[in-house]
Write a protein that binds this ligand. Sequence first.
Ligand code: SOE
Length: 398
Amino acid sequence: MTDDSTATLGIGMVGYSFMGVVHSHAWRNVRSFFDVPLVPRLAALAGRNVEAATAVADKFGWEHVESDWRALLARDDVDLVDVCTPGDTHAEIAIAALDAGKHVLCEKPLANSVSEAAEMAAAAARARQAGVRAMVGFTYRRVPAIVLARNLVAEGRIGEIRHVRAQYLQDWLVDRQAPMSWRLEKSRAGSGALGDIGAHIVDLTQFITGEQITGVSALMETFVKQRPAAEPAAEVKLGGHVDAGDAPLADVTVDDAAVFTGRFSGGALATFEATRYAAGRKNAIRIEINGSLGSLAFDFEDMNVLHFYDDSESSQTAGFRRILVTEPDHPFLAAWWPPGHLLGYEHGFTHQAVDLVTALADGRGPEPTFDDGLRVQQVLAAVEQSAAKDSAWTVVGG
Ligand code: SOE
């Protein structure tokens, strides 16, 4: 058990919206469930809207509020800076924090461009020399069923990988009167569905397979090109509805959906789809991997389950097995509830905090690294380049 003499890790978080709230929850609760070797202390929260930042700080127990992230970086009680802001600020904040000797956890996607991501990876490499660490928050890597899938692949249980099928489906923009937000502005978010949710399936499929995506061919579309200009009151709630005529229209400058095919380094063929227009699919991350010895299938909307098909079983009884990933010997589960008492979205963030804090205490580099974030960014850029070129596009009957 962690006692009061355990060393602390002062957390300084920048941002207080959806990601800020879920990270706050993780930092606050991690110690209650895991024997972490460093106790996270919620030292300070920075946000330009001090009133809104203070409301979140009060709810979660942040000790101080700063209106400027630079002031947060200057604080002696901050050892790690957690960047939960829109993508256009990631590079500046993360690089300044690393240069100031603070560890960094940065939300995904790492940056809005490959060049920014490369600068961040270079800053992380410099910082590493001084024992300062950086990690990018591809949190779904910490869903127990995803870790189990990776372990099964690594153990060779599905053999050589032939197909990777990955979708990230949401529906919060189906309503054309859902308002604009920073996630729909290229200057702030970098890209739309591609970077926000496509980045997750790029990272997850590379994580599970242990392979890299080597090339892509893509299509992207913006279905609704203008939306009511109102910013939703609380970003925690994606989407919303503004009555027609109540607000001026603003241009949507990102993709609403991206589909692409790809190849993995081991030779597998892959298909990817990221959209915010899949009516009825709220947060469906669907991944299916077919190998020479079997298959794995996962859907985040049933996130405590992994489906496993073992082709070596007798054809009389073979079939997809539904594994309920809630046993104490499943990844992270020993710390939680009895078998069958399910985990949710927020647990991945708690697991991320455990792994990060443990790696820092052990003097190891936490993963995913900024180099991993850069590689994802390169895939996203290749998707955008391919979609813009249209060179592989062949008109039917043309
Ligand atoms: C919005 O699409 C979003 O909040 C993403 O930004 C997150 O990364 C994902 O976890 C849930 O959906």
